[in-house]
Design a protein around this ligand. Structure first.
Ligand code: ZN
Ligand code: ZN
Length: 198
């Protein structure tokens, strides 16, 4: 029995020693340590990325905390879950869209015609202000179409208009003021100055 057991056990014993030796050889240990090191670095890097991305997209500090916790507590899977549920727009995108909308709204309200005397809202083809009865423009003597003050000819019936010199001066002044008003509107939205104002 002693011989048999020696014959059976010796190859097993030798293979176990080989495995044991292999798992303790310097090359294997170094490779394993490097793999673990990179796995940990990748895990922490992903958690850091989740934190930075959440701060760009989420305003609520508590939600940012939970997003970071998700990225940190569930290695590799947490960041993927975050990626699926994160807000589509960054906070900067939302802010610049709001500023653009506000600038557009301002431009629209400014370009809407108003009575030069009482500032009430008027349609572009009004001849007189319905609120304060100011004459806004003259009518064509031939076809009664409303005429712009600078026009020398009625565009609807081609009859000549003879404006008085005083009217022409007033019209030119009004035109200059309109151009100055339009120039005042910033073409590019400036969030810095708006933030300073608020
Ligand atoms: Zn008016
Ligand atoms: Zn006419």
């Amino acid at each position: 029995m002693g011989i048999f057991s020696a014959v059976i056990e010796s190859p097993l014993y030798s293979s176990a020693t080989t495995l044991h030796d292999l798992s303790h050889s310097t090359g294997f240990v170094v490779a394993r340590n490097v793999a673990v090191f990179f796995a940990v670095v990748f895990w922490l890097g992903l958690a850091l990325w989740v934190n930075r991305d959440a701060r760009r997209r989420i305003g609520d500090p508590i939600l940012i905390f939970f997003a970071t916790l998700l990225g940190l507590a569930a290695p590799y899977i947490g960041p993927v879950v975050y990626l699926l549920f994160r807000p589509a727009e960054t906070l900067d995108d939302v802010r610049s869209r709001r500023v653009e909308l506000r600038a557009l709204e301002q431009q629209l309200t400014r370009s809407q015609p108003a009575c030069p005397v009482c500032r009430s809202w008027i349609e572009p083809d009004y001849i007189a202000c319905p609120v304060c009865a100011t004459m806004l423009r003259q009518q064509c003597a031939t076809c009664n179409a409303p005429l712009e003050p600078l026009w020398q000819l009625c565009p609807y019936c081609a009859s000549a208009i003879e404006p008085s010199q005083a009217d022409l001066d007033a019209a030119l002044t009004a035109e200059t003021q309109t151009i100055t008003l339009v120039d005042d509107i910033p073409l590019v939205p400036q969030p810095e100055t708006r933030a300073a104002d608020a």
